[in-house]
Ligand binder design. Structure first.
Ligand code: OAD
Length: 243
C-alpha cells in the first residue's frame, strides 16, 4: 500500500479504530516511556514506580512520581495530533473509536468522546478501600496521598500498573472496534505492551487495513499495511487533509 492508497482507505472507511501511545503527546512536551534519552524508562525502572509491589514498598515515592507527572500534564495542552483525531471522530461519527494507552487525559481535553483510556488516567485517584474514583485537587492544592471523600481511605493513582488487568469492558470494546474496523490507525506507540499492542492484529486478521504513524520503525511495523514515518501531528495531517 502507498500513501495515496492509505489516504483513500481512510477517507472511504466507514469504521475507523485508533490506538495511540505516548508519542502522540510528545509534541505537547510530555516525555514518552522508551525514548533512549528523555523517556521515563531511561531514568527509572518500571518495576520501581509502576507496579503494585512498588506502591506497597514505597507509596510516597510512587505518589511523588505520579503527582509530578500530573502537574506536568495539567500544564500541557493538546496538540494538533489530538485535535485532528477529534476532528476525524466528528467525520466518522459512530463509526469511530479511539483507544489510548496514555494516562494524560489530552484526548478528552481535545474533544475526543468515543474514547477509552486503557491504562487509566493521571488526573484521577482510586480509593484503596471502597474503589471510589475521584478527580485530584488542582495541582497547586494537591499534596499526595489523596483521601477518599466517601470513606476516608487512602487513594492510589488510577493507573493500570504492570502486572494488573486492564479494565475488562474497555478492553472488550476496543477488541470489538478493532475487529470491526475497515481501517485502524496505530499512532505513537512502540507496540511492545500487550494487550494494547495486539489490537492491530484484530483488524488485520479480518482483512482490514492498519496504518502506522511513527517517526521510527516499531515492533508492529513489519505486520502493518502501511507506515508513515512522521510525527503524529504531521502524519495525521498528511493522511486526513483534503487535496
Ligand atoms: P513508548 O515510549 O514505548 O513509545 C513511544 C513511541 O512514540 C515510540 O515508538 C516513538 O518512536 C514514538 N514517537 C516519539 N515521538 C513521536 C511523535 N512526535 N509522533 C508520533 N510518534 C512519536 O510509549 P507507549 O507505546 O505508549 O504503560 O508505551 C506503552 C505503555 O508502556 C505505556 O502506556 C506505559 C508504558 O510503560 C504503563 O505505564 C502501564
Amino acid at each position: 500500500m502507498n500513501l495515496s492508497q492509505a489516504r483513500a482507505a481512510l477517507s472511504d472507511a466507514r469504521r475507523v479504530a485508533v490506538l495511540t501511545g505516548a508519542g502522540i503527546s510528545a509534541e505537547s512536551g510530555i516525555p514518552t516511556f522508551r525514548d533512549a534519552q528523555t523517556g521515563h524508562w531511561a531514568r527509572f525502572k518500571p518495576e520501581d514506580l509502576a507496579s503494585p509491589e512498588a506502591y506497597f514498598r514505597d507509596p510516597a515515592l510512587v505518589w511523588e512520581w505520579y503527582a509530578g507527572r500530573y502537574r506536568d500534564v495539567m500544564a500541557a495542552t493538546p496538540n494538533t495530533g489530538h485535535t485532528l483525531l477529534a476532528q476525524l471522530e466528528r467525520q466518522k461519527a459512530d463509526g469511530f473509536f479511539l483507544a489510548t494507552q496514555n494516562v494524560d487525559g489530552l484526548h478528552a481535553r481535545a474533544g475526543s468522546e468515543r474514547l477509552v483510556e486503557l491504562h487509566g488516567n493521571l488526573t484521577t485517584a482510586r480509593c484503596e478501600v471502597c474503589g471510589h474514583i475521584e478527580d485530584l485537587p488542582s495541582p497547586q492544592d494537591f499534596t499526595p496521598p489523596p483521601v477518599c471523600s466517601r470513606c476516608g481511605g487512602r487513594m492510589r493513582p488510577n493507573i493500570v500498573w504492570f502486572g494488573e488487568f486492564l479494565p475488562e469492558q474497555a478492553l472488550q470494546a476496543s477488541a470489538d472496534a478493532f475487529a470491526a474496523a475497515d481501517v485502524a490507525l496505530v499512532i505513537g506507540t512502540s507496540g511492545v505492551v500487550y494487550p494494547a499492542a495486539g489490537l492491530a492484529f484484530e483488524t488485520l486478521e479480518r482483512g482490514g487495513t492498519v496504518i502506522e504513524i511513527n517517526p521510527d520503525e516499531t515492533e508492529l511495523t513489519p505486520h502493518l499495511s502501511f507506515s508513515l514515518r512522521d510525527t503524529a501531528s504531521k502524519g495525521l495531517a498528511t493522511l486526513t487533509e483534503e487535496d
